[in-house]
Design a protein around this ligand. Structure first.
Ligand code: NIG
Ligand code: FE
Length: 425
């Protein structure tokens, strides 16, 4: 049979075993690992995988438009970074410095820093300048093996500025092979012009911003920062319900700074995911597990802010679908590295390397409603692959803060080649 792309002789292939659902409980630690592996891609999808001999018997090299010799390399699904604040303008090193001197994230935000500092920077940036910076970040993200990224607004906080942020994101997405899942996070903070009049801003969200975002198809999901010092459970419920009415799926920044009952709300509302969960109560987690809400863990945030890590083991044992993401943003996590998120998941939250990989690929795809299409090397799935200079999948989280990615494939097409970095530099 013919195919567009054939990857042969890989030292190892890592993926979730055949199936479409999220990996729960013990299954999270039961990957499919093949040695001397091959993958055939056709029409942007996975056509076959197996040992090199098995795949070549069906897809001979002479009938492939392109062949990649993957000797010495690990083949894995491209990462799905299912929680980022990618479209931001400017950075906040001053706050990083202040935290090192003992100030807390909350105290900095209270003084007008934090999210509001990023809002001022975003409002002073044009749509095109923003699109250019997002495009550059996407290129870096791709070179770290991430092929799909969820990206939230939330630094505009007015109809025009949130729209600008989402349009810049769309524009950058048209210039990059990385697939973007856009999320509207207008309920990230109360903007300065509505300070002290939060009801007014919630009304604006409900009556103007969410309807415009939905009507212009600017986002797939609606997210709320439901936490102490942010939006209440009651406000979050109204906002997410409004989004749902107008066709936006629900996501939540839940119980990051304190247990406010956001995990329970995620279950009640049927959110696709509840994220952070550093302080989520056992009852809230149980309700999420019953409702099938994906728990998105963001260890980079706990690492940056010096907070206690989410109780990943408890969540896995409760049967919650656990996913991993970066939370890439200029305040609490200035890193878009999924390998680094896996390292923290293994060393700090005690996931096994296999669990961290499954949480960063198959389960992460479920956190953006794409678990039947993305995050696995499986016939029929989109051919999104990353090839690493490693012979064992465990090496990636273990040998941390290094660049192991060599090739990245999106929709069956080679979109990043770092094999000859030195010679072409
Ligand atoms: O996920 N928690 C709220 N939002 C971000 C931080 C945003 C910022 O500080 O700019 C988070 O950590
Ligand atoms: Fe976040």
């Amino acid at each position: 049979m013919t195919c567009d792309l054939l990857i042969v002789s890989a030292a190892q292939l890592f993926t979730a075993p055949e199936g479409k659902g999220p990996l729960l409980g013990r299954d999270l630690d039961q990957p499919l690992v093949l040695e001397d592996a091959a993958v055939a891609c056709a029409g942007g999808r996975i056509a076959a995988l197996g040992t090199t001999a098995e795949v070549l018997a069906r897809y001979p090299e002479r009938d492939a438009a392109r062949v990649i010799d993957a000797r010495g390399l690990l083949v894995a699904p491209g990462f799905v970074d299912c929680h980022t604040h990618l479209p931001f303008a400017g950075t906040r090193e001053m706050e990083f410095d202040a935290r090192a001197r003992g100030e807390s994230y909350a105290a900095i935000a209270e003084k007008g820093g934090g999210i509001r500092a990023s809002v001022r920077q975003l409002r002073a940036t044009s749509e095109e300048a923003l699109a250019e910076s997002i495009t550059a970040r996407l290129d870096h993200i791709l070179s770290q093996g991430t092929t799909t990224v969820e990206a939230k607004s939330g630094y505009g906080l007015s109809l025009d500025e949130e729209r600008k942020q989402l349009l810049a994101l769309r524009r950058a997405g048209e210039r990059s092979p990385v697939e973007i899942i856009p999320t509207f996070l207008g309920a990230h903070e109360i903007p300065d012009e509505h300070r002290g009049r939060r009801e007014e801003y919630v009304a604006l969200l409900l009556e103007a911003m969410i309807p415009a975002v939905a009507q212009e198809h600017l986002a797939r999901y609606c997210d709320v920062f439901c936490d102490q010092g942010a939006f209440t459970v009651e406000e979050s419920r109204r906002i997410l319900r409004r989004g749902r009415e107008l066709g936006l799926g629900a996501k939540l920044h839940a119980d990051e700074l304190a247990d406010v009952g956001a995990a329970g709300l995620a279950a009640e509302i049927g959110a696709v995911s509840a994220d952070h969960l550093l302080h989520a109560s056992p009852e809230g987690l149980r309700a999420m597990s019953q409702a099938g809400v994906v728990a998105v863990l963001l260890p980079g945030t706990a690492f940056t802010l010096g907070l206690p890590y989410a109780r990943a083991r408890v969540m896995v044992e409760m049967g919650l679908p656990v996913a991993l993401a970066t939370d890439f943003n200029p305040g609490s996590t200035m890193s878009s590295s999924m390998p680094m998120a896996m390292t923290l998941a293994v060393t700090q939250m005690k996931l096994t390397p296999a669990e961290a990989w499954m949480a960063a690929t198959a389960n992460a795809a479920h956190a953006v409603g794409e678990g039947a299409r993305l995050g696995r090397i499986q016939p029929g799935y989109q051919a999104d692959l990353a090839l690493f200079d490693a012979r064992d999948y465990r090496h990636i989280a273990y040998h941390y803060a290094e660049e192991h990615v060599r090739l990245v494939i999106k929709r069956g097409v080679l979109v990043k080649d770092r094999q000859n970095r030195c010679s072409s530099a």
